[in-house]
Design a binder for this molecule. Sequence first.
Ligand code: ADP
Ligand code: MG
Length: 260
Amino acid sequence: MPSANQTEAWVAAKAASTVIQVEDLHKYYELGETRVHALRGVSLEIQRGEFLAIMGASGSGKSTFMNILGCLDRPSSGQYLLEGIDVSRHDKGALALIRNQKLGFVFQGFNLLARTTALENTELPTLYTKIDKAERQKRAAEALAMVGLADRAQHFPSQMSGGQQQRVAVARALVNHPSILLADEPTGNLDSRTSVEIMEILQNLNDKGLTIVLVTHEHDIAQFAKRVLVFRDGKIRKDEPTPHCPRAAEVLKTLPTLED
Ligand code: ADP
Ligand code: MG
C-alpha cells in the first residue's frame, strides 16, 4: 500500500495534468416567463495536451458550454475546476483576471483593430499585464512567428487575407501564454482550403503541447482534433477519440491552391 506521501504526489500529478474538470454543470437562461435549460448536467475532464472538438446542432448548448469554459459566464449549478481552481463561483472581476492569465480566445470574426498592425494587434492582451514593453514586443513577435506570419508584422488587417487575419487572431490568443486555447467556429468565415490551413496551425501548436478546445459544426474540421464531443439538448451525447486523425498538412497537398 502506498504511503500517504506517495498518494499525495499521485493526486498532485493527476491534478497537474488535468486542465479542465467540470462536474454536473447546469445552465438556465431566464427569458421573461420562460426558462431555457441550456446545459443539463455536463461532466467532463480535459487533460493537458488534448485537442478536442465540440460538435452538435444549433441550440444544443455548445456556445453556452464554451462561454463557461472561457470564464465569460458562470454555471447555474455544478462545479468547474480550471487547473484545480474552482472558478464556478468567481465574480466578474476574478473571472476577467483568470481569462487574461489562463485562456486564449479565437472567434469566427477575427476582431482585429483595423488601424493597428499585426504586431500591435497581437500585443493587445499583454497591455493588461505587468509585462514591460520590450518583453511584450518580443512575445508578440514570437507568437506571430508561431503562426507563420513573422514577415507580416507591420501589415494592417486590410493588407492581409482572411486566413492571415485569423492567424493574427491565433497569435493574439497565444501572447499571454495561456493554459488553453478556446476557439468557437474559428473557420466559420473561411473557404475550405484556408480552413484546413488554420487547422494545420492548430495541430502544430497542439504538437508543441498546447491544449485546444474547438467548436465547429463541420465534420471535415472536427476530424483534425484528437477527440470529438457531440452535444445534444444540453448534454454530451458522444465523446470519442478520432479514429484516423489526418494531418492537415497532408490534406493540404491534395487541395487545389488559388493559382490552380
Ligand atoms: P449552440 O451554440 O449549440 O448553438 P447555445 O449554447 O447558443 O447553442 O444555446 C443553447 C440554448 O440556450 C438554446 O436554446 C438557446 O436559444 C438558449 N440560449 C443561448 N443563449 C441564451 C441567452 N443569452 N438567453 C436566453 N437563451 C439563450
Ligand atoms: Mg453557438
